[in-house]
Ligand binder design. Structure first.
Ligand SMILES: Cc1ncc(COP(=O)(O)O)c(C=O)c1O
Length: 414
């Protein structure tokens, strides 16, 4: 069994099957490039996390799917049917979630650099919980409320920046003072300002109900101790808030843990993490109703692949390229955008072969960085062969564009 096989991806007679059907057959039938998603795998991921939460915490727990990972209506529908809530980052996402049938009260909104007009649009959906990302936002929120909704009370939470961040690369690190490459972190409110900002929000007539943090994306096993330290900071902040008589209904620990992207990657211990959160909340005697998580890639990452076709092999200065009929930036930008974003690539009709070589999988865009896989070992493909780019369920289609005036690939569900 290959390390990446799951409910969706299987290998039979050296052929890659997606939901039981040969990948090459789906490519032939629907054309390439093609995103293929699995409802069954999304359900399995959701149920696994639900089980972990149920078995390791005493609080009510809510999984708010971070729809930025992939907002395909069928994914939203699948997760809604499983009982998910939803995490949104823009007025557009809130509107899309509402159209998909999520009640406003099950929507979490965590925006940044927001305008008064953004708040007006969010406030239209009465019941959405608004995560305050900056003390300075309160003024804009007040303006939007006075202009358009003077009588309404809005539920708010506060996004803490605990001073510790964790992500698989600098661009995916969303807390701390600066990312590893020195980029100042724009998200959240300094932990020591938590009480003051919540008290101010309350005085201004907003209803504070929770605290939130999101440290970054793509945690691996080695990130556990830093993440646990950030949990301590969050619980300390909540204790201080409750000591001063402010009520909190929930703590929201964001997302960050994800699928296994490479054979070598040690997966983040989700069960241990949830147990630790529960233990800390209990020790600190916090009075809470619930615990929220906002996973994106954990739920949908390994439930999608991108299929593309090899157009020709090219040799240049000793480099061997498989030139394919898809581009990274316009269809699956992760390898182009994030340093070290690795995706396994599988030859769909010869998963294993004696004839392997070091090959670079080059896309069809006018960009040097348009590379799906750099010098990977792969059975040497021929013209017309179909390759599968795994873990394409999260942050691929949702980040796609028509760059180079290329179409965004079609998507199917199986
Ligand atoms: C506020 C917030 N919550 C949740 C997520 C989901 O992260 P992930 O897909 O790593 O679980 C993100 C992603 O950037 C985010 O910004």
């Amino acid at each position: 069994m290959y390390w990446w096989e799951n409910n969706f991806l299987k290998v039979k007679r050296n052929t890659l099957l997606l939901g039981g059907q040969p990948a090459a057959m789906l490519a032939e039938k629907h054309g390439t490039p093609l995103f293929v998603y699995s409802r069954e795998q999304i359900q399995a991921n959701f149920r696994m996390l639900t089980k972990i939460l149920r078995e390791n915490t005493s609080l009510d727990t809510y999984i708010c799917y971070a729809m930025k990972a992939n907002s395909h209506p069928r994914i939203l529908k699948t997760l809604k049917a499983e009982g998910a809530r939803i995490d949104t980052v823009s007025p557009g996402e809130v509107a899309l979630a509402r159209n998909a049938g999520f009640p406003a009260s099950k929507i979490m909104f965590t925006g940044t650099s927001l305008s008064v007009e953004d708040f007006q649009k969010i406030f239209c959906h009465s019941g959405v919980i608004i995560n305050i990302d900056a003390e300075e936002q309160l003024e804009l929120m007040q303006e939007a409320r006075e202009n358009w909704f003077p009588q309404k009370i809005f539920r708010v939470s506060l996004r803490i920046n605990p001073g510790i961040g964790k992500g698989f690369c600098s661009k995916a690190t969303t807390a701390g003072v600066a990312a590893p490459d020195g980029t100042p972190i724009k998200f959240g409110i300094e932990k020591d300002r938590t009480l003051a900002v919540l008290a101010k929000a309350s005085e201004m007539g907003f209803n504070p109900v929770g605290l939130h943090m999101h440290l970054g994306s793509g945690w691996t096993g080695g990130d556990y101790s830093a993440v646990a330290l950030a949990v301590d900071k969050m619980v300390e902040a909540a204790r201080e808030v409750q000591d001063h008589g402010l009520r909190l209904e929930f703590l929201d620990f964001g997302g960050g843990f994800g699928p296994k992207y490479s054979k070598e990657q040690e997966v983040f211990p989700v069960q241990e993490y949830i147990r630790y959160i529960n233990e800390k909340i209990t020790q600190s005697k916090l009075k809470l109703k619930s615990l929220f998580l906002e996973p994106g890639k954990y739920l949908v990452g390994d439930a999608g692949v991108l299929l593309f076709r090899v157009e020709y092999l090219k040799k240049n200065y000793g480099n061997l390229f498989a030139c394919v009929n898809a581009g990274t930036f316009n269809s699956a930008p992760r390898p182009a955008v994030y340093a070290n974003a690795y995706h396994q690539i599988v030859h769909s009709s010869r998963v294993k072969s004696e004839d392997i070589q070091e090959i670079t999988i080059a896309g069809n865009l006018c960009e040097t960085g348009d590379i799906f896989g750099k010098k990977i070992l792969l059975p040497v493909p021929q013209r017309g062969d179909i390759l599968a780019f795994l873990n394409a369920g999260a942050y691929c289609r949702s980040m796609a564009s028509q760059y180079n005036t290329r179409d965004i690939p079609k998507e199917i569900f199986i």
